[in-house]
Design a protein around this ligand. Structure first.
Ligand code: PAN
Ligand code: ZN
Length: 187
């Protein structure tokens, strides 16, 4: 066996580097469906970055039996009184699960089952979250610095964004008196 001294991918200075790393960002203009306050959304600079994702895809998307690794960085901020958050999704293959591990900052992991019941788990450095299959997931930054977390999911899971962009989660996370509160989504 040869001795491998350089890993294919490193995570140094809060950055994933190496082969097969994919980097994306989601700006205000890419997130037209998710925030409830459409007026506040329209008034914000379109190029404001809400979150970034760096992912390591060691195998092809859709490969059964493989794993993907990604780090999400959600910037601090709100649209109206709703915290900056990810689009959120079910996995396309519904029974595929996922782990999230918080690296820095504070936030909430919103979870929703297929009957539309929503709940949330607090995220803080060191918190580990198991997201079972059949559960939609979205993260929101409730702090003043970047919220970052690593994620591990099956390479055939896929992402179903359409269901969430059409119906949303049944609850929204808003800032009230400086604190996160989960409220019913009137839509
Ligand atoms: C994560 C998410 C990431 C961004 O890696 O993809 O946090 O959120 P959206 O995909 O909802 O925009 C994950 O859950 N992968 O399956
Ligand atoms: Zn996922």
């Amino acid at each position: 066996m040869s001795l491998i001294l350089e890993p294919a991918v490193t995570f140094i200075n809060e950055q994933l580097e190496g082969k097969s790393i994919d980097k994306i960002d989601r700006k205000i203009k890419d997130l037209t469906d998710i925030f409830y306050d459409k007026q506040a959304h329209a008034a914000m600079p379109a190029d404001t970055i809400v979150y970034e994702v760096e992912s390591y895809f060691p195998v092809k998307q859709g490969t059964e039996g493989g794993l993907f690794y990604g780090i999400t960085y959600i910037h601090p901020g709100t649209v109206g009184d709703e915290y900056f958050m990810t689009k959120g999704h079910f996995h396309k293959i519904r029974n595929r699960a996922e782990f999230y591990c918080t690296l820095q900052g504070e936030g909430m992991l919103l979870l929703m089952d297929e009957e539309g019941k929503t709940w949330a788990e607090k995220m803080y450095p060191g918190s580990v979250h198991y997201i079972p299959g059949h559960i939609a997931h979205r993260t929101a930054n409730t702090g003043d610095i970047i919220l970052s977390f690593s994620a591990f999911w099956p390479s055939d899971a896929g992402h179903d964004y359409a269901t969430i962009s059409e119906h949303g989660f049944s609850k929204i996370l808003v800032k009230q008196n400086g604190k996160p509160v989960l409220m019913d989504n009137d839509k």
